[in-house]
Write a protein that binds this ligand. Sequence first.
Ligand code: ZN
Length: 196
Amino acid sequence: MSETAFAAAFAAATALVRTTPVLHAFAPWPEDAPAASLPAQHAPAAEIVAAHDLPATPATAPLSEAVKRVAPHANWQQTYTVEEVGADFLNRYGWFELVGPTGHHHAEGVRAYIAYWGAGLTYDWHLHEAEELYFILAGEARFEAEGLPAQVLRAGDSRFHASSQPHAMQTEESGVLTLVLWRGGGLTDPARMGRA
Ligand code: ZN
């Protein structure tokens, strides 16, 4: 059951990348990435994502819907501790690696995460060596990065973060469901809080 759901999510992601220039320009998409049998790992966000009704676009809706069906089976992760971000953040945030070295589909050289934040959360300044492309699947959030004007992104919008460029994000009335791509050095290193 869950293997079929992950295959459907991978197929939806593949279709989205093929038809979205900013996504397929970012990194070669591993179209043949084989399924990996990752165990389900729970986070409170799993149930929220499984039931979300955040607005998508015709292009992003297939992946947004496929994510709802894999959410109960996903290997959910949370990069930060309660001391760093607080309990409310951890109760309404989470991510899983759909494709990558440790993902539900195995590939080297790129990571594709599905990440979710509930409404009214502040994701404080953080950074990582890997280059990053955020692509909004559903909902909206306000993005900040050093050297860039702040911008509200909605479904279908994207934003690039250079290697070690500090960035932050806030959600207001709406939560946000994102596809996040990583490439380059530090691909398997986690993000860390801070601006330097
Ligand atoms: Zn980032």
